[in-house]
Write a protein of this length. Structure first.
Lengths: 307, 267, 307, 267
């Protein structure tokens, strides 16, 4: 007889996850980098580094600056591009026993569509996460994500060219995120994820120059958790599709806050840099929490906020 | 690569603002090579937030040693930790030095704290084939390496303020040395401030001598996942324009890098 | 012969400050609360707690929650109201040898105007700071500050009813702060201050309820500094009126970052709670910095960012 | 009110997860009164961010004592600090207890760590006129106050788990006591968990006995500047609907407060 364990599985629309813990795009590479320490197969899913049609070198260094309880990055979506991804990374990702979600980014609406259609038919790719919220690129990125119409058009284009569940990743740098959330919902998105980073900067008082070569960057880490949680709370109440929450999650308690706010799954990003063990700690922590609290299925606490 | 809890066995001042840290790191030591580094988490709170990279300066059985200089918030906290306390250490990370063949001679050129990775390298080289040049600002900054597994190694010292050894830049010693015969079997290994490294690269280039340098860069993950530690490559050498210090380095052949791009950066 | 000291004075349009350090509204009361520790007269100016026409009890408790490198507050503009302010606080403020800036808040555009006209003629009030950015009140507050037209109309109304320099305090919770900044500049504002708090929330995983009774609150402290600095940098480049920068300033180095980004003066808020001595430390730190760097007049470093 | 650097002279465990902290606070002690509190900065980094409020549990010459329980990040860090280290302490803050007149008798009712401010109060009261009731969860939580300037004071103990003293709630002892004659000259002083306080208030109201309680609330400034520590007042007592624990309290007459509003808050 096997002992009954708490059921951590959750659903993101058509997508089934063995647990609600995903890695956030750009913080876990392709799952290979931390292999000595983290078995990607324990995850509910892995969201790979943002992918573009052509390889991108990214922004000039310095690209990373520590800030109080967080960090700024201006990586600029450096990535190997579609072809190398398919040849070098996909074979490895295929063999994983977890949901592989590909985060895509385009300069134009067409590029988003082209990426989606290139990934069509690859059944080991569980879903697409559409990044319309990167603050570190000149064209595209956040420019789409701050405008409801453009957000909707990108979503539609990806859907048209894809055979997979489409998750749209929103930017926190907007006046009313519910407007954007509703626009992508109406455009047909299967799920929404948030938040991408907040735009910020830092100045070196010795050189009197911006610390990042790119001047501004994206703020992530525990510093932004309260902002992320509130945006997730708002979006959950504005749409009827599942929401993936994240931003500053460091431990299982943080993860629970997002689940209680209504997120169906969560993403862990910057925490991995500081503590790679955070991934397994969070999954175990959620399991122990469920056991202790007598919660048989974690999905029952999603959105169970007492107001 | 392992992330392990490491107990502090020693954390003592060895020169001006400079400390020797010894960790019980039985898992990390087993595969560590000269030039590799570790990422240390300084606190279980969130400020300071990121781990800090430090070169491995030596290994003695299950003990891993680091030489560090207090320059900011993180290293200040590190210096306040006591023997018996534990810190989380991730390593060994990166690609180290290509250790010279027994028939080669090695010239190590250190600038200030740049001596840290070179100490470990020197431990792997026959003292007879080793010439260890080290520049410091002043006598009070000089790090005595003899206790660090290098009892037979004499540092060839230079100090900027002429307070010890030869006065002036350590690169002058290097240049003098390379004018002597027998330089063809030499490899130069260097670590230190950017200005010094540029000088070393210029000199070795002039004499057509192989040169391996250890570089620094702001890091978040230390393992190649975040792409934060990018530096410009010599495009002739590699078509992708950036290399990553944590994964492709921190040790690079000097010709792999685009030295013209490294002006603005502080070191 | 008196030794020459670095000149820390700065100008905010018509307003002259002996140094660029102001206290942020709501964090230094009326200057009396910390009197044992901080002499308000050392300041460039003090911005008093947000004032409304009628007294406001504020939001129910809990009103304050610590977050990583910051805090959330949902005070809800609790204040004694105009009459009590004039009777109980003004006489004391009058005698101060620093600029007293009154932060005003209204439910409607008319209320802003009424407040401004009630403070007309009181020469010891150096300026008004118009709060169109409070996230903790139902009506008014941020509702004005996120809309360029409403921001402009509030500004105009206050100007029409006032004989003082008018500073408009902006919200960071917007898609493009430059649009709002330009709108208030065009409406005639003499200066702009930013940032007010970012909206955020926290959830108690034991009770499963929001930690703040008001659900959401305003995030302040070092966590938000990178965001604040970038918004200041953007606004400075968008308008031609002076900008007062703040958000997470803890020490003189932080203050310098804002001055280099182009702020003519800075506000210190939450830092005061953690370290009341921060106020004098910052003023002294700036002075020592100028001396060490051979800067005779601090105004020469305003906006001196090497890009 | 003064913000001073205070050196830790003692920081030792005195009961389950409970510590006695002694600080050299020569400036603060000069004006401190029972019921007042201090705000302690736990680190010079930014996490944990806010200061933590603690009642003053006693003063001995220039030494200020605090009794605290480790419940979260801040108190965990506090418990790790060593003798000789210094922390920044702001105080004395708030309004303390109105100390009973010499002709009055005082009943002190403590629940758990609520004993902290009452220890200081007890030091100011003739032991003959004092009845000190203290409830704890279990024997291992009991704090021995005799060493804290109260060598002649016997705690009237109750433990929830019947492991020491009377079994059950400390408020039962209070109620029994008030049934005895002579209660008219009594004042009750209480501090502890909200549920207990509510019970104490109910009992003293029934017997029409004056009751002063010390309350807690999340605090940022501790001095009345931020308005963060608001609690609902009995509107009959004061027309502004909120009082501020840091300035109007932490000690209140029980009738000043609106006890019906304090349900949701955890203590
Ligand atoms: C591969 C590698 C090996 C290193 N080996 C050593 C060594 O053996 N001994 C030693 O003393 N120092 C070494 N350094 C530099 C060391 O990492 C920094 O001195 C240290 O991070 C400073 O931290 P801080 O908090 O005291 O300074 P702060 O200036 O407060 O740090 C702020 C941020 O900047 C980063 N940072 C600051 N200086 C550097 C730097 N020079 N390189 C990279 N990041 C930096 C920090 O990691 C942190 O994120 C090495 C750096 C790298 C990349
Ligand atoms: C006037 C006053 C006097 C106090 N006296 C004592 C005392 O003598 N001994 C003692 O052990 N405790 C006392 N407390 C409670 C003490 O302040 C908290 O236990 C402590 O702040 C918990 O900090 P933490 O970081 O360990 O817990 P965490 O739960 O991690 O703290 C998180 C945040 O919540 C706040 N917080 C948590 N619990 C409380 C609480 N009960 N009251 C107020 N804020 C809280 C913290 O200050 C912090 O901002 C007093 C509180 C007040 C308001
Ligand atoms: C170094 C770095 C690189 C990132 N790259 C991407 C990316 O390629 N695509 C994307 O959608 N988000 C990217 N992000 C954003 C993260 O996925 C995540 O949304 C954000 O960091 C907030 O979560 P966190 O605080 O847990 O890190 C990146 C973040 C960091 C720190
Ligand atoms: C407790 C508290 C109360 C505040 N009250 C006001 C207010 O009444 N009016 C206002 O314009 N801003 C108010 N603010 C915002 C601050 O003035 C400041 O803009 C913000 O906190 C960011 O700066 P900081 O990080 O230095 O605190 C308040 C902030 C806090 C923390
Ligand atoms: S530090 Fe993350 S890739 Fe090098
Ligand atoms: S804690 Fe700030 S007013 Fe009480």
């Amino acid at each position: 007889m096997t002992l009954k364990k708490p059921d951590l599985s959750v659903a993101l629309g058509p997508l089934k996850l063995k647990n609600p813990v995903l890695t956030a795009s750009g913080t876990f590479g392709y799952g290979q980098e931390f292999l000595d320490i983290i078995d990607p197969n324990i995850l509910g899913g892995i969201v790979v580094k943002g992918l573009s049609l052509k390889p991108r070198a990214g922004n000039p260094p310095p690209r990373i600056i520590e800030t109080p309880c967080g960090m700024l990055n201006s990586i600029g979506l450096a990535n190997i591009g579609l072809d190398a991804f398919l040849q070098e990374k996909l074979p490895w990702l295929r063999d994983l026993n977890t949901n592989v979600i590909v985060n895509i980014y385009g300069h134009s609406i067409n590029e988003y569509g082209a990426l989606a259609s290139s990934l069509k038919g690859i059944k080991e790719i569980a879903a697409l996460e559409v990044n319309i919220s990167c603050p570190n690129v000149e064209k595209g990125g956040m420019a789409f994500g701050t405008d409801p119409d453009a957000s909707a058009r990108v979503t539609e284009e990806v859907l048209k060219n894809s055979d997979k569940p489409v998750i749209v990743k929103l930017s926190p740098n907007v006046t009313d995120i519910r407007v954007i959330a509703k626009a992508v919902e109406n455009a047909g998105a299967h799920a929404i994820s948030l938040i991408n980073t907040l735009t910020g900067m830092a100045i070196d008082i010795k050189t009197r120059a911006p610390k990042l070569a790119n001047v501004s960057g994206g703020l992530s880490g525990p510093a932004i958790k309260p902002v992320a949680l509130y945006l997730v709370y708002q979006v959950v109440r504005a749409v009827n599709i599942p929401v993936i929450g994240g931003g500053g999650i460091m431990d299982y308690q943080d993860a629970l806050e997002f689940l209680l706010a209504g997120a169906s799954a969560i993403q862990v990003g910057t925490a991995i840099f500081v503590n790679p063990g955070a991934i397994s700690d969070i999954i175990e922590g959620l399991s122990t929490y469920c056991k202790t609290e007598g919660i048989f299925e974690i999905k029952t606490i999603i959105g169970d906020l007492k107001e | 690569m392992i992330d392990q809890k490491t107990e502090i066995i020693i954390n003592k001042k060895i020169a001006e603002a400079t400390y020797l840290l010894g960790l019980n790191a039985h898992k990390i030591v087993s595969t560590a090579k000269p030039g590799q580094f570790v990422m240390i988490r300084l606190t279980s709170e969130n400020d300071p937030f990121l781990r800090r990279p430090f070169s491995i300066s030596g290994i003695l059985e299950d003990r891993l040693f680091i030489i560090y200089r207090v320059i900011g918030q993180g290293t200040r906290i590190l210096s306040s930790l006591q023997k018996g306390e534990s810190i989380q250490t991730l390593g060994p990370l990166g690609k180290g030095f290509t250790i010279p063949r027994p028939d080669q001679k090695a010239v190590l050129v250190a600038g200030g704290l740049g001596i840290a990775p070179l100490v470990f390298l020197a431990q792997k080289i026959d003292p007879d084939r080793l010439n260890f040049l080290a520049g410091f600002r002043s006598a009070k900054d000089v790090i005595d390496v003899r206790g660090l597994g290098l009892k037979d190694v004499e540092l060839n010292l230079a100090t900027d303020d002429h307070s010890l050894g030869q006065g002036g830049a350590v690169t002058n010693i290097l240049e003098d040395l390379l004018f002597k015969p027998g330089r063809s079997e030499l490899t130069v290994f260097s670590c230190g401030p950017l200005l010094m490294l540029k000088q070393v690269v210029k000199i070795t280039k002039k004499f057509r001598i192989e040169c391996q340098v250890s570089l620094e860069s702001n890091m978040a993950c230390g393992v190649g996942a975040c792409q934060g530690c990018a530096i410009e490559s010599a495009s002739s050498y590699d078509t992708s324009s950036y290399l990553h210090v944590c994964k492709d380095g921190p040790v690079f052949k000097s010709e792999a890098l685009d030295w013209n791009k490294y002006d603005l950066k502080k070191t």
